[in-house]
Unconditional design. Structure first.
Length: 91
């Protein structure tokens, strides 16, 4: 009925889903009234990145997972850099 590979894939997808839910809760929890909240949100989105990479590997999409693994940190760095240098004052 169920083979071991299917059970392992299902468990990894459940873990990835839980990580995405925790990341969403973390993003909602941080309000904009804190200084440099963007950096905390980017850190939380790193959890979502890992969850997505796990899910892609589980779904037998290694090329897409490697692409995401390479491009996600560059996008996060670009967003943080633009925030840091784009505003004159950080309230």
């Amino acid at each position: 009925m169920w083979d071991v590979i299917t059970i392992i894939r299902s468990l990894i997808l459940i873990i990835a889903s839980a990580l995405l839910i925790f990341a969403a809760i973390g993003i909602i929890r941080f309000k904009d009234d804190r200084k440099n909240v963007l950096y905390a949100r980017i850190h939380i989105l790193g959890i979502a990145d890992v969850a997505c990479i796990l899910a892609l590997l589980t779904l037998y999409e290694p090329l897409l997972a490697v692409t995401y693994f390479i491009l996600a940190p560059f996008a996060s760095h670009a967003i943080a850099n633009a925030y840091n240098y784009g505003e004159e004052t950080h309230d």
